[in-house]
Design a protein around this ligand. Structure first.
Ligand SMILES: NC(=O)c1ccc[n+]([C@@H]2O[C@H](COP(=O)([O-])OP(=O)(O)OC[C@H]3O[C@@H](n4cnc5c(N)ncnc54)[C@H](O)[C@@H]3O)[C@@H](O)[C@H]2O)c1
Length: 266
């Protein structure tokens, strides 16, 4: 699934609750070498360094680099330094929760929306632009994280718009880089308890929606590792002919018509 000893870059680590951390841990367990990126040193100090979920030794073992994906120079520097990588995970998104999320869709905060679009969508293309040389000689896998954009969820507002755009960016990049044998896919995860998720006002309601609609029971903390397994499959050589796809790891909630009834439950 993962090429033994090869380097995989997992972008978007905030703390041990991040989906990025579950993905990195999984890739490592399967034999890959993992380099994480954190947005900046301040974020690392506030979230990762203060986290009680990892021992100091476990924290020291993490190979962490800094990269703000809205600063082209930082993305360029990261991949120039790394030279050769087998795969990249883009586990990054942001929109100002005060204006882009919540109980009112309408907003005049256009600059906030532009920033959200830059971080959550354009940045995937920025990463490919600067990482292609490091991936090109042998091809490779790139996986981003999305959330069901075919349905409209309460509170998720402009991040829902960003996720629809991100999935289109995935397809655009898949077409552009097919000739380079670089595959770009997205995993559409069900709701998972992370910092980004707790910023979504109404995250609890989203969890309840999954309790009501997921065909297979969905666990908002443990199932991070199921998402990570799918990412590890897509990023590695077993998925050599899969590109431009959105793979749902959401317990099947996206195909459910109506709530799961009592007799359909465990
Ligand atoms: N948690 C969920 O329920 C869920 C479900 C489906 C998809 N996703 C997606 O998974 C991805 C990871 O989110 P998460 O839930 O692990 O939350 P998280 O808060 O742990 O991760 C989000 C990361 O994005 C980073 N980021 C924001 N702006 C950045 C910038 N300018 N440069 C570099 N990094 C930046 C943050 O620093 C953070 O590390 C996101 O794309 C999110 O939309 C999350």
């Amino acid at each position: 699934m993962i090429e033994n000893g090869k380097t995989y870059v997992v972008m978007g680590l905030l703390d041990p609750d991040s989906i990025a951390y579950a993905i990195g841990t999984t890739i490592k367990k399967l034999g890959g070498k993992v380099i994480y990126t954190v947005q900046n040193e301040r974020m690392k100090r506030i979230f990762l360094d203060r986290s009680k979920k990892l021992s100091d030794d476990e924290k020291k073992e993490l190979d962490v680099r800094y990269c703000d994906v809205t600063i082209d120079k930082e993305v360029e520097q990261l991949f120039t330094e790394l030279k050769s990588v087998a795969g990249i995970v883009h586990s990054i998104a942001y929109v100002n929760p005060k204006t882009g999320l919540g109980d009112e869709f309408h907003t005049d905060a256009v600059e906030d929306l532009k920033q959200g679009f830059h971080v959550s969508c354009i940045s995937l293309a920025t990463v490919l632009r600067y990482a292609q040389a490091a991936l090109k000689p042998h091809g490779g896998g790139v996986v981003s994280l999305t959330f069901d954009s075919r349905h409209v969820f309460p509170f998720y507002n402009w991040m829902g718009v960003n996720k629809a755009a991100l999935e289109a960016v995935v397809r655009g990049l898949a077409r552009r880089h097919g000739k380079d044998r670089i595959r770009i896919n997205a995993v559409s995860a069900g709701p998972l308890a992370t910092k980004a998720a707790t910023n979504i006002p109404g995250f609890k309601e989203l969890g309840q929606t999954w309790t009501n609609t997921s065909l297979i029971p969905w666990d908002t903390s443990e199932d991070k590792y199921e998402v990570a397994n799918a990412v590890a499959f897509l990023i590695g050589p077993y998925a050599k002919k899969i590109t431009g796809q959105v793979i749902y790891v959401d317990g099947g909630a996206n195909v459910a018509g109506g709530h799961i009834l009592e007799h359909e439950r465990q």
